[in-house]
Design a binder for this molecule. Structure first.
Ligand code: SAM
Length: 360
């Protein structure tokens, strides 16, 4: 296996069977995967390489993104997500433009240079409303980058928002296997459209992020291999990889959550394959295990996304159960992240942290 990981480092790609054999072998030895250091597991080997590659490309810097979860209304009904429209157990909210700008202001004072507007697919935030929000954020914080993560839109909408000043877009593909996609989403949602959206975002010059949930229901080893091969072909600037976690009011409430170790392995492999990618260590990873986000960093991740949303709404943005940091003020959660990252030898920096392919 180590030879295959060396080959990945050199060639930045592997065949279907090669990828598959890494995952299969890893699963056989999963019990000895942690601790990461001082053992001869596949994860230990891959994470060491990932750390080295990350150090060569980004030093020990960790970029921060201020996450603003600005609406939990959603027109979609993804089987895994707590925001799905059929979930009647949550109180719906949306933040108006003034509150969104106040969240940015608070983040700016703390040193954030990227804001991420994330939400369900809420039709209230139509093209014009979003355009106005984007323009005002860019006008008030001209030295900051703006990332959008609001789902599938038309080429024209993405174009309008790009012209208004949006810099980046996160749209996890969720799975590169069409059949698997149809087990995670209702018939009204289309795999082809999601993939088309990703292509359009890239074409329009967004720094584009795809990604998956590790251990999502019905995900096979082959699905994961297809995901890795898709990423190799698509060459995203960002990749969001976090464990699937069940949410009690969704059809997948009884499904098993994704594994910490496998998420860490995939982060490491993606870092080796895409050395310059921006890879967040996700809140979901920190939810699966205390200190999980630090482990993500030790496996090649280089981004963390503290929450800037107002505290009173956080309990209603529960994509999955037991989400961490729902009660922490942005300032205190940044401070504790800074301390935790310093403890493992990394430094949170207050820069825009653009993709190295997008030097301005
Ligand atoms: N609506 C936008 C979209 O579809 O891209 C952005 C918001 S959506 C809630 C953001 C991401 O949360 C999804 O792409 C999905 O991967 C992740 N997510 C949703 N439910 C989850 C769960 N139960 N466990 C882990 N991640 C989840």
């Amino acid at each position: 296996m180590k030879k295959l990981i060396d080959k990945l480092e050199k060639e930045k790609r592997l065949s279907f069977d090669e990828w598959k054999s890494i995952i299969v072998e890893f699963r056989k030895e999963k019990d000895k995967a942690l601790p990461l250091f001082d053992n001869d597991s596949i994860l230990s080997y891959a994470s060491e390489k990932a750390r080295k590659i990350r150090l060569e490309n980004f030093g020990n810097k960790i970029y921060i993104r201020g996450l603003i979860e600005f609406t939990n209304y959603c027109k979609n009904d993804c089987y895994y997500c707590g925001l799905r429209k059929s979930n009647k157990d949550i109180e719906r909210y949306r933040l108006d433009e003034n509150i969104i700008l106040k969240c940015c202001e608070k983040g700016y004072q703390l040193g954030f240079k990227t804001f991420v507007l994330q939400g369900g697919e809420d039709l209230y935030f139509n093209d014009d409303r979003m355009e106005s929000i984007i323009k005002n954020i860019k006008k008030n914080f001209p030295d900051c980058a703006l990332t959008l993560s609001v789902g599938e839109k038309s080429f024209e909408t993405y174009e309008k928002w790009k012209n208004a000043g949006a810099d980046r877009y996160l749209l996890r593909h969720e799975t590169a296997d069409k059949k698997h996609y149809s087990t995670l989403h209702p018939e009204s949602m289309s795999f082809d459209n999601r993939m088309e959206c990703l292509k359009n975002l890239k074409k329009l010059g967004y720094q584009t992020g795809c990604g998956i949930m590790v251990g999502s229901p019905f995900q096979t080893v082959e699905c994961i291999v297809e995901d890795l091969m898709f990423m190799e072909k698509f060459q995203p600037e960002m990749v969001g990889i976090g464990p699937f976690l069940p949410q009690h009011s969704t059809p997948f409430c009884d499904k098993k959550g994704g594994s910490l170790e496998e998420t860490l392995l995939l982060l490491s492999l993606v870092r080796i394959m895409l050395p310059k990618a921006l890879l967040p260590s996700t809140t979901a990873l920190g939810t699966v295990k205390e200190g999980g986000r630090e482990l993500g960093i030790l496996c090649g991740a280089n981004v963390v996304m503290p929450n800037l949303s107002p505290l009173e709404f956080r309990e209603n943005y529960l994509l999955y159960d037991n989400k961490i940091c729902t009660g922490d003020e942005a300032a205190e959660s940044l401070k504790s992240l800074e301390k935790n990252m310093k403890n493992i030898g990394y430094e949170i920096v207050k820069e825009r942290g653009d993709s190295p392919f997008f030097k301005k």
